[in-house]
Design a protein around this ligand. Structure first.
Ligand SMILES: Nc1ncnc2c1ncn2[C@@H]1O[C@H](COP(=O)(O)OP(=O)(O)OP(=O)(O)O)[C@@H](O)[C@H]1O
Length: 287
């Protein structure tokens, strides 16, 4: 569990982060979205004890990072990929990091395989592509099997297959009960991998909610007018573009049952998740 409460950081006269409060819950992948300079990295650095907050708190499993007993066993972070010696091999890097963090070599070998670098383990990291360095950084973060993963812009440099790999890895981590916080300005890519979204603009949180709350249903049926009345009677909000009805406030199951009860054939019942990009541009742009 990650919690920030009224987190604030001032650099001179600049309020980089102002009153930021949000939660990233276990079992969920939380996207931390913002344009460049919006305060994402500063927030994550405060969470990881690398920058001292001006005020407010940032907690990992209920404690500040510096009060954690075995921080690397609780939280793994990918903040930048530059922290590896270019002359060291991928395997050498991971073995060194394992030694420093109290993990064993077998875990390092397992992770080389898991992140898809087993075949490139003997190459120098200086010859790695940006995507390969990202994979190695993720492997390093996972060495001590932390329940929480914090990743700052991990999608940078990943090709489509790398993105699919990252998506699978984060989903598996959350499915096993872990907490994932991932920052990005690459909206379309995050949309497929997150459960909850926190949007930050100009140092302040503009939106924090599960992604699905904003979803709506697109419904077409034989008698739209009567369907409309039934949906409204069930408490839904209904609009139309002349082709279909758009229903919010009902599940797809409820909607199907209501149509069956009214004996009106349905021709279409689609759950539409709003484009995160549209949501983001509306909220971030309003800063
Ligand atoms: N050490 C610092 N000293 C002074 N100002 C800083 C410092 N670090 C960040 N800032 C300022 O704080 C604001 C937020 O920066 P931050 O790096 O947190 O944003 P970001 O959302 O991570 O952006 P990016 O995606 O470009 O990294 C910016 O205006 C930045 O210039």
């Amino acid at each position: 569990m990650i919690e920030t409460k009224a987190l604030t950081k001032r650099f001179g006269k600049t309020d980089a982060v102002r009153d930021v409060t949000f939660t990233a819950a276990p079992g969920r992948v939380t996207g931390f979205l913002g344009l460049n300079g919006s305060g994402k990295t500063t927030t994550l650095r405060m969470l990881l004890g690398l920058t001292r907050p001006t005020s407010g708190t940032a907690l990992i499993n209920g404690r500040r990072y510096r009060d954690l007993e075995h921080p690397l066993r609780q939280v793994g972070a990918v903040l930048e990929q530059g922290l590896m010696h270019p002359g060291q091999t991928g395997r050498g890097h991971l073995h060194t990091q394992a030694l420093l963090s109290g993990a064993d070599k077998a875990r390092a070998e397992e992770l080389l395989e898991y992140v898809g670098l087993a075949d490139a383990a003997t190459q120098r990291t200086g010859d790695y592509s940006l995507g390969m360095r990202q994979r190695l950084a993720v492997a390093t973060a996972l060495l001590c099997e932390p329940s929480i993963l914090v990743l700052d812009e991990p999608a940078n440099g990943l090709d489509p297959s790398g993105m699919a790999w990252l998506r699978g890895l984060l989903r598996d981590h959350a499915a096993a009960g872990g907490t994932v916080l991932i920052s990005s300005h690459l909206l379309s890519e995050l949309e497929l991998m997150i459960d909850d979204v926190v949007i930050i603009a100009d140092g302040q949180v503009r939106f924090a909610a599960p992604l699905e709350v904003e979803s709506r249903l697109r419904v077409r049926g034989r008698d739209p007018h009567t369907l409309w009345q039934h949906f409204e009677q069930a408490g839904a909000t209904v609009t139309t573009d002349g082709e279909a009805l758009y229903v919010t406030g009902l599940t797809a199951e409820d909607t199907g049952e209501i149509a069956l009860y009214a004996q009106i054939a349905l021709y279409e019942l689609t759950v539409e998740t709003p484009s995160l990009e549209r949501l983001f541009l509306d909220l971030a742009g309003a800063a």
